[in-house]
Write a protein that binds this ligand. Sequence first.
Ligand code: NAD
Length: 485
Amino acid sequence: MKVAIAKETAPNERRVALVPEVIGKLVNAGLEVLVESGAGEGSAIPDSAYVDAGARVIPTSQVDDADVVLRVQKPSAAEVKKLKSGQTVIGLLQPLIDPQTAQALADKGITAVSLDALPRTLSRAQTMDALSSQANVGGYKAVIIAAEAYGRYFPLLTTAAGTAKPANVLILGIGVAGLQAIATARRLGAQVKAYDVRSETREQAQSLGAQFLELKSVADAAGTGGYARELTAEERAAQQQELNGYIGGMDVVITTAQVPGRRPPVLVTADAVKLMKPGSVIVDMAASDLGGNVELSQPGETIVTDNGVTIIAPTNLPATMPAGASAFYARNISALLLHMVKDGTLNIDLADEITGAVVITQGGKVVQEATAKLLGIEVEKPATEPEPAPEPADDAAPADDAAPADDAAPADDAAPAAEPVIEPEPEAEIIEKVLEEEQAQAEAEAEDPIATEPVEATATEATETAETAATAEEPETPLTDGGKA
Ligand code: NAD
């Protein structure tokens, strides 16, 4: 089976789907790995490195001859047109943001597999979790760009020329990106405060050396699967009001808050920005065309407000650290591909929890419920081999012929005999079930928040940073007094 790595064409995308380090595993699994010439350029990986690792470099015109095309981002409309029926495309296809591309892929007879549909709480899917690996890169890079834009030191410095106070950094949203942002800001020596609507994040933030901000106005808003639920309008207003009391005292604010399938909540209002000192910096990691966590942020832009606050709203931070991000992504996508490969060929088994969740289109149809719902269509199961009729009325008649042969049987009665063998549960139900199981497990493990943290790198950092935190001058008590503590 031929597996091709496509060169990314989205603006400013410098990542590549596979790095040479993972090619050996694919070759060992019986796959022929092809690399579009120049695919690794943005990540400083020359074609020769892929060749040395066992891949073959091909011109762009041959990418669409591959059985499977691996990508980071979804294909453009022009690229979809060039794909051939029967091919499989794997990448971060964002079917819930752009269901039309999923429909176009289905129309072309392409099997679309999207890493962002992975059931993330399944422990055996963690190596495939590209959302986490890329959020980790983003959280790190957000702090780096904030530090660069901030005209002062992050750490406390005492020198002959005077003393520099440590920067006060606030991280809003303590998911994967937020945890990495806390760890990075702490490593740079900042005083870090952090807040999330899920109260279980308190211990995680503290273990990384941050002070947890506890708002009186909003109760715990944990949803399912470790995600937050959307706040009500009243809760949102109360939250913004209370956060305003803290934000004015911050030098740097980094926002990472997301609610799956919803617009990101506004956490930093224009009024809050007015309270900040000139020279302060905000990085809105949630910014996109859907909105962001910062009322004034402009996706993809950096603006400086009238009161001298810099608001940075990057839309693709992982692409700004392409070699590191690609290395993680390559492990995620190759793990998912190998999960679906059997005897050197692709074996799409929709009954499998992971495969059933990530396959968006198959057999000319959109098969993932959530995407189909957005498109306003019923999920039609892909054609599968009909099950032989259990006991045909006529012993001599083959199962497939049983229904039509039996004139007496009404059409409706005949249908069950021809039901597909594979009747996978809807993706949402599978995830729901898995989430319930994983949540129960997470609750059981709650005494050790680091052990439950899914991102291995963050867990390591948690340990490392916890040691640093032991010597930090900051008290580890939650803030309850309006941020003045
Ligand atoms: P995310 O990107 O969806 O959101 C980031 C953070 O924003 C979340 O922590 C969320 O609670 C927070 N948030 C949302 N609305 C908010 C508001 N109004 N105010 C403040 N904060 C708000 O989340 P994510 O980083 O993708 O992951 C979220 C959770 O999923 C984490 O608990 C993570 O550990 C868990 N997760 C688990 C696994 C696993 O078990 N294998 C894998 C990945 C993620």
